[in-house]
Design a protein around this ligand. Structure first.
Ligand code: ADP
Length: 384
């Protein structure tokens, strides 16, 4: 690895990391988890491709990063790229400066679970590696090209002007990566545990399904996606639930998990259960596909032409069944799926799966770490 970028994604008790070489041809990755507890450990693969499992009892973020970097030996990074969920109105990846760190702090009310954890990682790496250039890459930045009529909510104006209440969108790194070589109007469906759709015209996001938070939009693993905003007051008045209970239910007990009557948030499990006759699993899959098609149809309004559709994320990349089922709801757009290409596309590979008529249909495995490394490389090592 001649030039390498360390990509890190800090959660409150975990750090996902990847060391990516500049040509992206080599990488190692892993996870430090259970930080600040006696079960803290690092799991991953070494530069030599061997499995790595290391117990680091009571280590915090800074200690875990220090141990990790020491184990990389000669393969030291030239820059660090941080995945940051919310960048407020920042429109692109930024080199970390005191001003940018402050902007990430300012966006904390908009991502109270994510941004504080990212800041712990940023502060730790800045202390450990004061001389390494560091870059923040934001999930929201790609969507800053949305026009105002797409990002404003129909609520009183002061909530936007005084409190930043607007649609931001997320998964920007993934939608940007999969659409990066596409010209014209494209729809992108990132389908994982978190899922979102995006409309992209000539490489720019023009609308997306997620909003103020990563909760708006389509059905997800445990998140409900769109509900009637009055569901909150209905539950408060009729069941006496407070806002925390409602939020927990909509975030952790809904989506595929809730629809399947708590069977699973995992699409593979639901497909198997449905094949064995479980009606709740069958319905969960149907609602997922229908609401996804409905979201893509709605987003198509933002595109002057509809040239193609991209599937990505764990479900989008791996499930021919879900791709086919969802497309049965989109016949009026003249999508024509080649069933054989769809069924035979090897897992983890990129491929075109349409029958050569109508808009193109692609499966493109996402690579958020690769994209973060690329943006970090450009900003930290080329724009000097
Ligand atoms: P995350 O959002 O956590 O990154 P992933 O993108 O890894 O999630 O996607 C996880 C989802 O992908 C799970 O619901 C999993 O069941 C689903 N998935 C993975 N492989 C398959 C498959 N072969 N068929 C159907 N779903 C799959």
């Amino acid at each position: 690895m001649s030039t390498a970028i360390l990509v890190i994604n800090c959660g409150s008790s975990s750090i996902k990391y990847a060391l990516v070489s500049s040509g992206q041809e080599q990488r190692i990755h892993g996870l430090a988890e259970n930080l600040n507890s006696e079960h803290a450990r690092i799991k991953g693969i070494t530069v030599g491709g061997e499995p790595l499992e290391l117990s680091i009892p009571n280590a915090n973020h800074e200690q875990a990063l220090d141990i990790l970097l020491k184990r990389l030996g000669q393969y030291q990074p030239q820059a660090i790229g941080h995945r940051v969920v919310h960048g407020g109105t920042l429109t692109k990846a930024e080199r970390l400066t005191p001003e940018i760190v402050q902007r990430i702090k300012d966006a904390t009310p908009l991502a109270p679970l994510h941004n504080p954890a990212h800041l712990i990682g940023i502060e730790a790496t800045m202390r450990l590696f004061p001389n390494l250039p560091q870059v923040a890459v934001f999930d929201t930045a790609f969507h800053q090209t949305m026009p105002e009529h797409a990002y404003r909510y129909a609520v009183p104006k002061f909530l936007y002007t005084d409190h930043n209440v607007r649609r931001y969108g997320f998964h920007g790194t993934s939608h940007a990566y999969v659409s990066s070589h596409k010209k014209g109007g494209w729809l992108s469906a990132h389908l994982g545990n978190g899922s979102s759709t995006c409309a992209i015209y000539n490489g720019k996001s023009v609308d997306t399904s997620m909003g103020l938070t990563p909760h708006e939009g389509i059905v997800m693993g445990t998140r409900s996606g769109d509900v009637d905003p009055s569901l909150h007051s209905f539950l408060a008045y009729n069941l006496g639930w407070d806002i925390y209970k409602i939020d927990k239910m909509l975030t952790h007990q809904s989506g595929l998990y809730g629809l399947s009557n708590n069977l699973s948030n995992d699409m593979r499990t639901l497909i198997e259960a449905s094949q064995q006759g479980n009606d709740d699993a069958t319905l969960a899959i149907e609602v997922f596909c229908y609401r996804l098609a409905k979201s893509l149809s709605a987003l198509s309004c933002s595109l002057p032409t509809l040239d193609g559709l991209i599937f990505t994320g764990g479900i989008g990349e791996n499930s021919a069944y879900i791709r086919e089922k969802m497309l049965t709801y989109l016949h009026h757009f003249s999508f024509k799926l080649d069933q054989q290409k769809n069924n035979e596309l090897p897992r983890g590979t990129q491929g075109q799966i349409d029958a050569g008529q109508g808009p193109e249909i692609w499966v493109i495995p996402t690579d958020e770490e690769g994209r973060i490394a690329q943006e970090t490389h450009q900003i930290a090592l080329m724009d000097i």
